[in-house]
Ligand binder design. Structure first.
Ligand code: DHE
Length: 541
């Protein structure tokens, strides 16, 4: 092989220089396809996408076999990680690496292209939702009992985000019953039917999967939207509701994921629309409660067929007839707020919503409030600084009252608030900001992580619920240790080593000693059937 001539060297150096400039621009957030680079061959990133990516990710980048590649879907993917995936593929998936076919400039151009908005904005209509549904009819005479032998009430569903799988775990023996592939990037807690037989998973790409935990098979799937937050299942197991960022909608299904109704997430005059922050079931009220991220309203949608139409205080004259007729069964009951809500949580009576509004800028302050769903207005401010993650809060009895304890995404502290007076009773220091908090009626301790802290992400803090003092820590040095869920009886606490080559660690909840460790691929969350269907005060609902 001959040595490159000086000319070729010059060409190569020029290429390398261009690549470095391209990479630099990418890091600065400059759209590569639009960047003007002297002497650079123009790269048609759109054409590259169509040739190399569209078959799996969809011509409109709305996803197909592969996930959607829209700015909304990629918010959580770091630029360096995106480049790595395009170059080398994603292990344990169909995503191949393109480092052999495409040069650095082309890969950078693609990485920048998928962060540009698709114009016109992709639509996801009721027809698309219906067409996306699949249903696997149960075999004839299928027995209504598990194909495995373990306590169906002490089953754990573990979401493994590392390679997008689910493990079902026997909560008595701590053995995996089965493991199967999930949709890409599930988010939010899976939701169970009241008998604990079926579970519904929601993916950030909008897919809802109904899975039969007893017969170990997927029952139905549907794509509710292009970018979804979470799903909720009604207390009677008859309805499933999805909250979308894209399109701006809430979507209602029956229990087999047949589309029943879509609700545009819009104000009554239709002028302002909103991403939907989250939807939760409020079983004691027979309703779904929906928070909207961009408009100051909280919605309640009753699934009680006897629900009478309710006068809506927000009614504008020209909509009077419609708004009066709509609330009631499956109608929207609007509570006006001063600020939109990002994240919320119910008290145990489900009369109150405790909600947080995140700051629009990094240095702004979050606010938190209590909204009474019956009188339909804010009744108190919640004195929590930093960025409370109320969706991960817990409640418990303390000093003759009931308190709420919530982790904080910004500060290394747990805020404890009296739920009668809505006043703070303690701020419990932790080694760093955390995401999740858990306890159990039968346990004296609440466990919380510090996974948002670069230095303390390996530390779980245990808090005595009587003294409100931290009493111990458990550590997984150098690894992220996060997200706890208790067994049905509260005797064991299961924590995640939140790494791709991670693990599930079972701790004795009284002695804090490790009892067992199971290898798992970034087990982002775990959910105990009994604790969920009984709405245990120590876990998310
Ligand atoms: Fe979540 C639940 C919002 C980022 C893992 N997260 C929820 C819920 C909401 C929410 C509203 C409750 C839904 C439910 O359970 O039905 N999450 C948000 C955000 O606004 C935020 C900060 C930014 C975002 O873009 O979404 C966010 N969440 C994350 C992550 O980065 C996490 C740590 C990793 C991931 O997989 O995305 C993450 N969120 C989770 C998990 C739950 C969750 C594991 C379920 C918790 C539970 O135990 O119930």
């Amino acid at each position: 092989m001959s040595e490159p001539t000086p000319n070729r060297w010059t060409e190569r150096l020029a290429d390398a220089g261009r690549a470095a400039l391209v990479l630099g621009l990418f890091w600065m957030g400059v759209d590569m396809a639009a960047a003007q680079i002297p002497n650079a061959r123009p790269i048609d990133a759109k054409a590259l996408y169509q040739q190399n990516c569209a078959a799996c990710h969809g011509e409109q980048r709305t996803g197909a076999m592969g996930p959607a590649l829209l700015p909304e879907s990629l918010e959580r993917l770091r630029p360096a990680e995106a480049l790595k995936v395009i170059q080398h593929g994603r292990p344990a998936t169909q995503m191949p690496g393109f480092a052999q076919q495409l040069n650095a400039e082309e890969i950078n151009a693609l990485a920048a292209h998928i962060r540009t908005p698709v114009l016109p904005a992709p639509r996801w209509t009721e027809a698309d939702i219906r067409a996306s549904r699949s249903f696997n009819a149960p075999p004839a005479n299928e027995p209504a009992k598990p194909v495995w032998s373990a306590d169906p009430m002490n089953l754990f569903v573990v979401v493994e985000g590392g390679d997008h799988h689910i493990s079902l775990l026997d909560g008595d023996r701590f053995e995996v019953i089965t493991r199967f592939a999930s949709r890409f990037a599930l988010h939010g807690g899976p939701k169970f039917t009241p008998d604990g037989r079926y579970v519904f998973f929601g993916s950030r790409d909008g897919w809802i999967t109904k899975y039969d935990l007893w017969r170990l098979r997927v029952v139905a799937e549907v794509r509710a939207g292009l970018n979804m937050r979470n799903v909720a299942v009604s207390g009677d197991g008859q309805w499933v509701m999805a909250a979308n960022y894209l399109p701006h909608s809430v979507v209602l299904f029956d229990a087999d994921l047949n589309l029943q109704k879509t609700y545009a997430a819009a104000m009554l005059d239709g002028k302002a629309t909103s991403r939907v922050s989250a939807v939760y079931d409020a079983t004691p009220r027979n309703s779904f409660v929906v928070a909207l991220k961009d408009i100051p309203e909280l919605w309640e949608i009753s699934y009680d067929p006897k629900a009478a139409p309710i006068y809506d205080g927000l009614v504008h004259d020209y909509k009077m007839g419609e708004a009066i007729a709509k609330p009631g069964f499956l109608g929207v009951r609007r509570t006006p707020l001063e600020e939109p809500l990002d994240d919320f949580f119910f008290d145990q009576s489900y009369r109150h919503v405790l909600g947080a509004t995140r700051p629009k800028t990094g240095d702004g302050a979050a606010t938190a409030q209590v909204v009474n769903l019956d009188v339909r207005r804010k009744i108190a401010d919640l004195p929590i600084a930093g960025m409370p993650h109320l969706g991960s809060g817990i409640t418990f009895a303390w000093n003759g009252s009931t308190v709420l304890a919530s982790p904080n995404l910004k500060g290394g502290a747990i805020d404890v608030i009296d739920m009668k007076t809505w006043k703070p009773v303690a701020t419990i220091p932790t080694p760093g900001p955390g995401f999740f908090m858990r306890s159990h009626e039968n346990s004296r301790y609440a466990w919380t992580d510090s996974m948002m802290s670069p230095t303390a992400r390996d530390t779980m803090t245990l808090i005595d619920k009587t003294t409100l003092q931290p009493v111990a820590t458990v550590k997984e040095p150098g690894k992220t240790l996060a997200h706890i869920e208790f067994t049905k009886d509260g005797k064991y606490a299961l924590a995640s080593v939140w790494e791709v080559d991670g693990a599930l660690i079972v701790y004795d909840a009284a002695t804090f000693k490790e009892v067992k460790r199971l290898p798992m691929s970034k087990p982002v969350g775990k959910y105990n059937v009994w604790n969920k269907i009984t709405r245990s005060e120590g876990t998310s609902h």
